[in-house]
Design a protein around this ligand. Structure first.
Ligand code: GTP
Length: 358
């Protein structure tokens, strides 16, 4: 059994984080997200993974290499220009030997891949699509199916009030090799908008696999923060201890200003008068100065927060430096190695990136 993890997107909605780190390598609880995905695949018995990449692929190759460190075999196929979610599959056709999983590279979910495989075995057809139910389907791709699970229609981002269903495409597919016959080669093709509708129009069967699993798309800053909150609270099952956790967590236990849940990596220094938490993740080597306040935020590696600075509901990429008494408004995203001046006040929702390379 093979898996293809789509990792070629530019991740524009996560900018400026994705100027320095491709979206699949963005850390979740201080570990690159793709490493979590690889673990899930391994647990499901999958050893053979194909990564169609294109945007900053070297960061991915440098981390995983040929996969042998994980007892896996990784094949990279680099796209010169983005081929889209189906074009990327067609482009790796020569490496696909049979049925295969396809995973969007930015979905955090508790979906059981083995159970999905059993479902596909029962149902047959060209493939099974993982669906979840959401309260507001208007910004997603809705998937309509009959009582037996056979998919009859795809409706992309329906206007509010006109949604045909609250079941949406959750970005994990189990497909037979036959699907490749429905994808033209050499151009950008979307699996959601073009390929799946074409398959059902041809009278072939696709089946809906609807589950009540935890599911979130990490591709937007607010979702990225929500995912961390959900892992810290236990709503999304990742093996994280409750309270104060992580390799650097022990050093923070007993600190009067640390309000759990807080997760910290090694070499984190928090001044005795600083306040950290709840719902804060600190990467390796972060330092939090005197009287600084950090709440509901994710700080990557080596972020330095000056004395008296305040940070709320923000994401700070590696190497960011926040000057003393600076204020980082809610929803702000700070890019790699960016410095915020002492006393500077960033409006809520600010995005401060490094200079864009031409
Ligand atoms: P945004 O620019 O913020 O929309 O992010 P994105 O470019 O990653 O797009 P999106 O979130 O829709 O992509 C879903 C998944 O497909 C992600 O895992 C992407 O990495 C991947 N993906 C999107 N487009 C391509 C592509 O052209 N080629 C490959 N190989 N992967 C892609």
């Amino acid at each position: 059994m093979q898996a293809i993890v789509l990792v070629g997107g530019e991740g524009t909605r996560l900018r400026p984080l994705t100027y320095g780190t491709p979206k699949p390598m963005v850390p979740i609880m201080n570990v690159p997200f793709l490493a979590r995905t690889m673990e899930r695949l391994y647990e499901a018995g999958i050893r053979d993974v194909i990564l169609p990449a294109g945007y900053m692929p070297q960061a991915i190759v440098d981390y995983f290499g040929d996969g042998s460190r994980l007892d896996m075999n990784i094949t990279y196929v680099i796209e010169e220009t983005p081929l889209g979610t189906a074009g990327a599959l067609k482009n790796v056709e020569q490496h696909i030997t049979g049925r295969f999983f396809v995973l969007n590279g930015d979905v955090l979910t508790s979906l059981d891949l083995r159970a999905m495989l059993r479902y596909h075995d029962e149902k047959g057809g060209v493939g099974a699509l993982h669906l979840i139910r959401v309260d507001d389907p208007s910004s997603f791709g809705c998937v309509v199916h009959d009582g037996g699970g056979r998919v009859s229609a795809f409706v992309e981002k329906p206007p509010k009030g006109e949604e045909p269903t609250n079941e949406i495409n959750a970005g994990t597919y189990l497909l037979e090799r036959e699907i490749l016959n429905f994808i033209p080669a050499g151009r950008n093709v979307s699996i959601e908008r073009e390929t799946f509708p074409k398959v059902i129009a041809a009278g072939k069967d696709l089946y809906a696999y609807t589950t009540a699993d935890y599911w979130i798309d990490l591709g937007r800053p607010e979702n990225y923060l929500a995912a961390h909150r959900d892992v810290l609270s236990g709503a999304m099952p990742l093996t994280v201890e409750p309270g104060i956790s992580g390799n650097g967590g022990e050093a923070l236990k007993g600190h009067p200003g640390v309000v759990p849940p807080v997760h910290a990596d090694e070499d984190v220094v928090v001044d005795a008068s600083a306040k950290v938490g709840p719902n804060v993740v600190l990467g390796r080597g972060c330092s939090i100065g005197a009287n600084a306040v950090v709440r509901e935020s994710v700080l990557w590696e080596r972020v330095s927060v000056g004395s008296g600075a305040t940070i709320e509901e923000a994401i700070l990429a590696s190497g960011a430096t926040i000057g003393p008494k600076a204020q980082i408004g809610r929803g702000s995203v700070i890019g790699h190695d960016v410095s915020v001046d002492p006393g500077q006040v960033l409006e809520p929702g600010s995005r401060l990136g490094p200079p864009v390379r031409a």
